[in-house]
Design a protein around this ligand. Structure first.
Ligand code: SF4
Length: 84
């Protein structure tokens, strides 16, 4: 899928369920909250494609935890988590 997939259009970010609270998507303490938002988001596919295309290493994208900035040096347990 391209970033401008015909199904969702180039303005998919306007339909992001996380639009009003993006900070929770980069905070490991709020990961459950963020994943619950992703679970009901209609643009998970283009979001994940965007993260892949931009090699996003940190945060939650498309309902998948890609990683968090290590604050204690330990990110184990986060990388396999998914919404829904
Ligand atoms: S899938 Fe999750 S991170 Fe992506 S736009 Fe939707 S709510 Fe935001």
């Amino acid at each position: 899928m391209s970033l401008h997939d015909d199904t969702f259009g180039p303005d998919w970010q306007d339909r992001a369920a996380c639009g009003s609270d993006p900070e929770s998507f980069f905070d490991p303490k709020r990961a459950d909250e963020a994943l619950a938002i992703c679970a009901r988001c209609e643009v998970r596919e283009p979001c994940a494609a965007y993260a892949d295309a931009n090699d996003e290493q940190f945060g939650i994208w498309g309902g998948v935890v890609r990683g968090f900035m290590p604050s204690g040096g330990n990110r184990r347990g986060w990388s396999e988590r998914r919404a829904g």
